[in-house]
Design a protein around this ligand. Sequence first.
Ligand SMILES: Cc1cc2nc3c(=O)[nH]c(=O)nc-3n(C[C@H](O)[C@H](O)[C@H](O)COP(=O)(O)OP(=O)(O)OC[C@H]3O[C@@H](n4cnc5c(N)ncnc54)[C@H](O)[C@@H]3O)c2cc1C
Ligand code: FES
Length: 350
Amino acid sequence: MTTYRITIEPVGAEVACREDQTVLDACLREGIWLPHACTHGTCGTCKAEIVDGEVDFGDASQYALLESERAEGCALLCVAKPRCDLIVEGEVDAEEGVDIHPVRDHSGVVGSLTDVAPEVRRLIIDLDTPLAFNPGQYVQLNVPSGEQRPYSIASTPAEPNRIELHVKRSPGGLATDGWIFQSLAVGQRVTLSGPYGRFSFRSARSEPILLLGSGTGLAPLKSMLKHLVETGSERPVVLYHGVATEAHLYDHEWLQSVAADHDWFSYRPALSRDSWQGRTGRIPDLLAQDYPRAAGRVAYICGSPAMVADTVKALMKARLFPRDIYREDFFDSADRASGATLVRGPLIRR
Ligand SMILES: Cc1cc2nc3c(=O)[nH]c(=O)nc-3n(C[C@H](O)[C@H](O)[C@H](O)COP(=O)(O)OP(=O)(O)OC[C@H]3O[C@@H](n4cnc5c(N)ncnc54)[C@H](O)[C@@H]3O)c2cc1C
Ligand code: FES
């Protein structure tokens, strides 16, 4: 297998990259943290200029990397593979208080697989080797067909050998309908890599926290909240969890118990389809009611791209600055095919 040398400018870092490996993967495994979010050529976060050399552009979405950008020498590093030695102009993504954990391959055994809500499964994987990560980050699960799918880690770094994932079934979906909701069973061995993503808890920030998730978008927010409990934080936290019906609320009792035990935490579940004794409506609408002004807080949003986009808009209308908003969009193949993924505020960090 041929290996090429990749130089990342302006820092001058050098990594070796196999011809079948993406440039981003080679960098993340060496602890060189370049901007990335979806790692599937969909969101455009990893776009960078190839200053010298040639790449195979890989499976870059035509919406995330325009023909004109390719012609100008840009590539999406999460899918681009080297064809020779390269010089890449990349913004190395180091931020105070955010630990850098090099990506590693892991293997583990399914410890439990539980239906926690309609079409939602909790998957616990007992890993052979510890996985170091920041609360909020995700892993790429290797699907038997050879593809990878990202899933946010719902557990915390305090349990590095046992990770928890929350998976929603996508009708006709390769990983979910075709595997996790079909043949995957307790005791089976799975492989994955990680950690990925920069949607992670910013411990250096001291502002009150808004955690805003829909559906399985609760997963990384649960990791952040549990981490705050474990580390004895008393920073004010409000968590909104938006789902369709009461049956879709999961981890409801645990969240209620955290709220009962800690006066710094407020839990606000909401249903968008059914009425019940609690609140109804979508998170962006509830935020507009609860926070005419949201300035002075830091928000973490996670869920479907449409929910994330609408929530960002609601927060910005309430005068929260883009620098105070972190987002994780759960893109899937349908979003990717439609190009809907690129509807985003220009300044919001993924
Ligand atoms: C950073 C990140 C973190 C994520 N974390 C989570 C998580 O914690 N929990 C979670 O549940 N999900 C998460 N996701 C989403 C997850 O990675 C998968 O996308 C999701 O589980 C669907 O995978 P799948 O293989 O089953 O479906 P896919 O095969 O990807 O298909 C998804 C849907 O699109 C349709 N489809 C497939 N191809 C096309 C096409 N060409 N045109 C139109 N429609 C098409 C399918 O029929 C299906 O309905 C995350 C995504 C990202 C980017
Ligand atoms: S991280 Fe490369 S396109 Fe999303």
